[in-house]
Design a protein around this ligand. Sequence first.
Ligand SMILES: C[S@@+](CC[C@H](N)C(=O)[O-])C[C@H]1O[C@@H](n2cnc3c(N)ncnc32)[C@H](O)[C@@H]1O
Length: 274
Amino acid sequence: MLNFIYKLIPDWFKAGYYNARRKKPFSMGYTTAKFVDIKKNINDPTIIEKFKNAAALPKGYGESFDERAVEYSWAISKIPLEPGSFLDAGSALNVKEVLNHSVFDNKKITILNLNPEPTCFWQKGISYVFEDLRNMPFKDNHFDCITCVSTLEHVGMDNTPYMNDLKYKEENVFDFTKAILELKRVLKNNGKVLITVPFGAYQNYGWFQQFDSNLINKILTAFQPSHHKISYYKYEKNGWDISDGTSCKEVKYLMVTDYDSGMAQAIACLELVK
Ligand SMILES: C[S@@+](CC[C@H](N)C(=O)[O-])C[C@H]1O[C@@H](n2cnc3c(N)ncnc32)[C@H](O)[C@@H]1O
């Protein structure tokens, strides 16, 4: 009932309510305000240029918002403008504000995830595939570009929050390397994979793990990219900014227990070319 009433409140009101209070991530209006902010940023050529060049972000960028505030802008800045086949592995891009971006207009999009989600954009011609990233039902050398946003840290872990199936209650902390081999297999030569993971001190929360430099190196060893770039972003007092691996290495994930949720305080963004 409360959910029904909440849906009737216009987005501008929810976002305005959250922004007026601003400092309480996950409180009322948070998700709406976050996606208003994300839509503005991913469609701002100046912002996208900064992500493309790993330049400093404007003061207060993404203030009080979780890592999606940087992940989408970074990924969109790196997706090739040319037409091509595109895979979102893990379904983090399955959001209208993101999929309506012009970079996707000329792409043949597939979204692969373990579980179906409440929102679905089949009208856009998107194919949804519900399979395991460690064993994907695609032929070799198929995709021109692949995103894997905030997903690798869940692979091989307890995915029962997403899938009501005990088969997915796992503790295979190195299985993400199997996913990496699969991502490489289905990618065309010279194609690129864009990966983001929470980064800092190693932490294992059971349903996901925070990557440290040791696990980042395992990604590189498994993929063996022809070339690669890694950018780090860190949440400081008033928002997100570009950083480096050394400055982020002790950073801890922030759990917001009141809302049974959490946000990374640093992320690693990897661009791997096959
Ligand atoms: C952080 S969620 C991203 C999706 C969600 N729409 C979001 O933005 O929060 C991580 C996703 O990873 C997916 N996932 C975890 N392990 C997987 C695996 N082995 N194969 C495919 N997807 C997997 C889960 O199904 C979950 O949807």
